[in-house]
Ligand binder design. Structure first.
Ligand code: UDP
Length: 236
C-alpha cells in the first residue's frame, strides 16, 4: 500500500493517506513526550519497537475477538490500519495503583486493586486530558450511551486478555490507555498498544519497563523498551 499525503501529525505518530480512503498508514516516530507535552525527547528506535509490539498485541486481541483497526504490518515503522473516526474519550484500565491514581487518592504506587478500575478522560491536548464520566460523555456528544457500554465492555475484556498475555511474558500490567474509533458502523480499538501507553513492571522485580523511565529520568529507557520487545515478540 503506497503512502500518500500526510493527514495528521501527533506526538508519537504521523498518519498518512493511502489510495484507499478506508485505510491509512500509522508511522511510528521516536519522539517522546510527557506531562502533556512539557517534557520532550527522543527514545532511539522507539518507533520500530512500538510498531512491532502493537502489531503483536493487535493480532493477539483480534484472535480473541476484539475488533481493532490493525490491517497489516508494512515495515519497521509503518502499520496499515482502518481509517477511524476517533472517539475523543481515552479509556484507562488499572490493576495496580500508580501515576495519577496514586496522586488523586494519596496512595503509594504498587498497591494491588481488588478489582480493575476503568476511567474515562477527555482526549484534548489543550485541556490536558481531564478526567470525565458517562454524564460528560453524553452531555457533550462525545459518544452515545450504547458506545459507552461498548468502550466499557471492550476495556475490561482487553484488560483481562492483556493481563494474562503479559503475565505469561513475565510482565505485570499495572495500567494502560486505550483509544477507540468508529469505522463503517463498528467500534474498533485504535491507536497503539506499547510501553508508551501502558505501565509495565517486571513480574519478579517490579522494575519499570515503560515510559515512566523517560517521564522521571530513570535511565535505561531504550534498554527497557527493548526488553519488553524481546519478552513480547520473542526475538533477540
Ligand atoms: N496514558 C497515556 N496517555 C495519556 C494519559 C495516560 O498513554 O494521555 C497512560 C499512561 O501511560 C498510563 C495510564 O494511561 O499507563 C494511566 O495514566 P495516568 O492516569 O496515571 O496518568 P499519568 O500520571 O501517566 O499522566
Amino acid at each position: 500500500m503506497k503512502r500518500m499525503e500526510q493527514l495528521y501529525e501527533g506526538k508519537a505518530k504521523i498518519i498518512y493517506a493511502t489510495e484507499d480512503p478506508d485505510q491509512v498508514i500509522q508511522y511510528f516516530k521516536d519522539d517522546a513526550s510527557a506531562f502533556n507535552g512539557i517534557k520532550k525527547g527522543t527514545i532511539v528506535d522507539k518507533g520500530v519497537i512500538n510498531n512491532h509490539i502493537s502489531t503483536t498485541i493487535f493480532k493477539f486481541l483480534e484472535g480473541q475477538g476484539v475488533p481493532t483497526h490493525f490491517v497489516e504490518h508494512l515495515n519497521d515503522r509503518e502499520m496499515l490500519v482502518k481509517n477511524l473516526d476517533i472517539i475523543l474519550v481515552e479509556v484507562v484500565l488499572r490493576n495496580v495503583v500508580a501515576g495519577s491514581l496514586a496522586k488523586r487518592m494519596g496512595l503509594p504506587e504498587g498497591q494491588k486493586l481488588k478489582k480493575p478500575i476503568l476511567e474515562f478522560y477527555y482526549k484534548s491536548d489543550e485541556l490536558g486530558d481531564p478526567m470525565i464520566n458517562e454524564y460528560h460523555i453524553i452531555e457533550f456528544d462525545l459518544a452515545t450511551a450504547e458506545e459507552i457500554q461498548c468502550l466499557r465492555n471492550y476495556g475490561f475484556k482487553v484488560n483481562t486478555l492483556m493481563m494474562e498475555f503479559f503475565k505469561e511474558r513475565k510482565i505485570r500490567l499495572v495500567d494502560f490507555k486505550l483509544e477507540f474509533g468508529r469505522h463503517k458502523g463498528e467500534i474498533l480499538l485504535g491507536d497503539e498498544i506499547s510501553p508508551d501507553g501502558c505501565r509495565l513492571w517486571h513480574w519478579d522485580t517490579n522494575e519499570k519497563m515503560d515510559k515512566d523511565r523517560f517521564r522521571f529520568n530513570l535511565g535505561k529507557v531504550e534498554e527497557k523498551y527493548e526488553e519488553v520487545y524481546h519478552l513480547i515478540c520473542g526475538k533477540s
